[in-house]
Design a protein. Structure first.
Length: 173
């Protein structure tokens, strides 16, 4: 949101709120949306929402614990740092004819590889090669997707990016 310069009225989020361990999501509302639902039940402005499968106590406890850990471990700042490490390591791919484009927001990175004659699904072939180097990832068409855990160390980030670079050079000739 900050990068795009927008302030949404409603924001949905999930996965990361429990660290990816339990299924939980949330909807956050702007102050104006929140205030539009304030009122006595008789006013018709109350937001009646509730289902038997919402607000699972175990998931909510996991979310609270995870958010505390993220705060204690300064996870947001660390994520920004490893995003920069990814950018630095992948800078060697800029201008490489084997790569159409490197896209990154934070730690989420997409490396679009050039198609290779005789190779069906080039992105898949690159990801398969990365697997032989001990790095698991997946393609979206010919885009190699890197979405590292936010707790990843600098050394692990460098291992991941080195595997991507080596695999692109091995597969895309």
């Amino acid at each position: 949101m900050d990068r795009a310069g927008v302030e949404p009225d409603l924001l949905t989020l999930g996965k990361g709120i429990t660290g990816g361990y339990l299924p939980l999501s949330a909807v956050m509302a702007s102050e104006s949306v929140y205030e539009s639902f304030l009122g006595a039940p008789t006013s018709g402005r109350t937001f009646f929402h509730g289902h038997s499968y919402t607000a699972n106590p175990l998931c909510c406890a996991a979310a609270i614990a995870n958010l505390h850990l993220m705060d204690q471990r300064n996870t947001v700042a660390h994520a920004a740092h490893i995003g920069e490490v990814i950018a630095e390591e992948l800078a060697v791919l800029h201008g490489d004819d084997r790569v159409v484009e490197v896209r990154r927001i934070g730690t989420m990175t997409g490396i679009e590889v050039a198609p290779v004659d005789g190779v069906d699904r080039t992105g898949f072939a690159v990801c398969q090669h990365m697997r032989t180097l001990g790095v698991l990832t997946r393609p979206l068409s010919d885009v190699v997707v890197l979405m590292p855990p936010l707790a990843m160390s600098d050394d692990d980030v460098r291992t991941m990016t080195a595997a991507a670079i080596e695999s692109i050079r091995a597969v895309v000739r």
